[in-house]
Ligand binder design. Structure first.
Ligand SMILES: [Zn+2]
Length: 428
């Protein structure tokens, strides 16, 4: 629906002038106010109150759909995250997290502080519903009410937000982790308020490693520190979940060090790809093929993208820089993934560096001899690959940190895989 249609619909529902509604709507949307919020605020301006369709109905969590305009619901608060966002030019502190009852759970965003905490059972009146990622989300604003529920609502979900790194998913809010800081560096970025110092690096626990960003540097974040970090939110960064610390995040040193698993979680390719992206994962499979764009390649000196015939997609005709890489298709029987080897790993499998590769290409008067030599070395063999997996619309890429010939007995691996497949069949 176009903005114009929204304005028309809203104006006729409110019985006011369409041009005025359209002007207000354009104004709000221009300030990046989500459309649903903008419509809501215009309804309030004209005394339209809560939802678009009359009085809110009382619902179980599982029965709430994105088609509801507003609902009353009684539920237990699972998590409360706090964050500041810029809204119509002002910084507004919002609360966000999840609520649940016996039937299911749902995300919420609260535009003001109603004072509830994780574990509280509350009755919410007139929560607006908006659609987020195809699912309903509760929006609590100044036309909503929150009261303690008359009785405690039992739920099947963990309350409070504690999580292992492996469990975290983009969109999670108000989470708490106990981790060791594995890497940290200070960076200066151009933020919305000019130059800002931030910290970024890698956190680890027994389950996994994840990248993090601390937007409001906490002094306790030092390499090697074991910490309890409360109220973080999770975003997707380069296809993997990333832990974000804000000014509302609290960091406390732990008395005993957090154990970090030196090995990456080992997954079947299908499970790894289905997870949507992992910062650190290990898969084992056989190398089916070496893809085009492997071997001796040229990169744009400006953006480091791989270029074809001296042409960069962003920078036009450029003097390319020689580099080595491999894009190989790894298959473990459950699915395939493109494994990407950087120059160092490629040198190791090729048995030579860029200079050797250029010499070979010159002698043969064909660059392809480098990729062919690599094919000879690795196609048909089994490899154990550890690295960072990103999944997007172009497919699944595993940027390898290590690439070693597998010493697994293939028969064992086949049995393992069969066991996994039959469990999945039972579940289905
Ligand atoms: Zn370029």
């Amino acid at each position: 629906m176009q903005l114009d249609d929204h304005a028309e619909e809203l104006a006729s529902a409110l019985g006011v002038d369409k041009e005025e509604v359209k002007r207000d709507l354009e104004n709000l949307v221009q300030y990046s106010v989500p459309l649903d919020e903008a419509k809501q605020s215009i309804r309030r301006k004209h005394g339209g109150g809560g939802g678009g369709g009359g009085a809110p109905s009382t619902k179980d969590v599982a029965d709430i759909t994105p088609d509801d305009s507003s609902v009353n619901v009684t539920a237990t608060v699972l998590t409360v995250g706090t964050r500041t966002i810029r809204y119509q030019g002002d910084d507004i502190t919002i609360r966000e997290g999840e609520l649940a009852d016996a039937t299911g759970k749902v995300s919420y965003t609260s535009w003001q502080d109603f004072g509830f905490e994780a574990g509280d059972s509350v009755t919410i009146g007139n929560a607006n519903i908006r659609e987020w990622d195809g699912k309903p989300e509760l929006n609590l604003n100044d036309s909503s009410t929150v009261a303690m529920a008359s009785e405690e609502i039992a739920v099947d979900y963990p309350v409070g937000g504690d999580a292992d790194l492996l469990e975290l998913e983009p969109g999670d809010r108000g989470r708490n982790v106990e981790v060791r800081v594995l890497e940290v560096e200070e960076r200066t970025i151009d933020g919305r308020d000019g130059q800002t110092d931030i910290l970024s690096g890698v956190l680890g626990d027994e389950s996994a490693r994840l990248p993090f960003t601390d937007w409001n540097p906490h002094a306790e974040i030092e390499e090697g520190a074991s910490l309890r970090i409360e109220d973080v939110y999770i975003r997707e960064f380069r296809g993997v979940p990333s832990v974000n610390l804000s000014e509302f995040t609290t960091v406390t040193e732990l008395a005993s060090p957090v154990d970090v698993n030196d090995s990456a979680p080992r997954l079947g390719v299908r499970d790894a790809v289905d997870s949507g992206g992992m910062f650190d994962v290990e898969v084992v499979g056989s190398l089916l093929a070496v893809r085009d764009g492997s071997g001796l390649i040229e990169r744009c000196p400006e953006c480091a993208r791989v270029i074809q015939n001296g042409q960069c997609r962003s920078h036009g005709a450029v003097e390319g820089e020689d580099d080595l890489r491999v894009k190989g298709i790894l298959d473990d029987g459950s699915d395939t993934v493109t494994v990407v080897l950087d120059a160092d790993l490629t040198e190791a499998v090729y048995g030579g560096d860029v200079t050797d590769a250029k010499e070979a290409a010159r002698d043969a008067m064909d660059k392809e001899v480098v990729a062919d030599a690599i094919r000879e070395e690795i196609v048909g063999r089994e490899f154990r690959v550890r690295g960072s997996l990103s999944v997007d619309e172009y497919g699944a890429n595993l940027d390898a940190d290590t690439f070693d010939e597998s010493d697994d007995d293939p028969a064992d691996r086949a049995r393992e895989l069969l066991a996994v497949v039959s469990t999945q069949e039972v579940e289905a």
